[in-house]
Write a protein that binds this ligand. Sequence first.
Ligand SMILES: [Zn+2]
Length: 307
Amino acid sequence: MPEESIDEIIEEILRESEEKESAEEEELVVTEEVYECPVCHHTVPPDAKFCPYCYAVFEDDVNYRDLTDTLIKKLKMLAKYASERNIPLPALKKSVGEAKRRALAKDFQGSFEVLQEAYVNIMNTIIPELKKEIENYTAVIGVDSSLREIYGRAENLLEEWDINGVITHLNELKSRAEKLSKELRLFLEELDRAERAVTIAKNFSINPEKAVEAIDRAKDLADKKQYREARDALKEAFTPLREDIDATVEKLLKIAHEELMRRVTRGGKETKRVLRLVKELKIYRDEGNWLGVLEKMDAISKELSKH
Ligand SMILES: [Zn+2]
């Protein structure tokens, strides 16, 4: 091959790749211009004929039969996940029947529209359920960074309506969480209790700041896999709040006493329950178990507010 022609070829390649690059840039600019789907509010490309998330059609010249096929596959998958999770989808059967009737009458657009509406409804039913399932792992991810990553991805996929992806990540979360050591699991249970106690303290207008700091220290220890020390730290987390808790207990016991006096003529189970809770609270207080005290305060105030 003569040298000259090699140069030409190289030049041609360079020219081509340059053209391609500028074409790519143009495409990027276009895709930066985005629209929001009016049905599911996802961001969609401006030239989209239908929403890639909820299948709402923006332009009529789409292939309704193809879209219908896609939706049927998705609906089958969703129905399977829903039944595995005992989520009832009462309207699905009716929608499928109606879609079939329209398809037989060669009304493919009408058939598609029925399925699309059913699809959006089902997604709106299933998404909150999956969200709850993901949130079951909130405590676990607090102490394990690799789980945290999977959790984050599952959340993003849920936003993207990628149910298959969400399920895959949920299964991964589940199997990894099961492998966590028993020590860690015990710590997580205690952590869960402590975090609920923080909420209880707030409900009683007790500033939980010092307990929150102690809980954070416990989490640090757990990060270093020192689970026993972490649990000890949790046990003492509410001790710095003891004076505030104690003062609030006095007020609560006074209210409980008045309430019970008012009810005493009626007696009954509720009164006995409150008395039992008060007794347990006092035992915890004597033991210096302030987390337990907060839990009993919560139970007493719930019991009193029932009537
Ligand atoms: Zn949409």
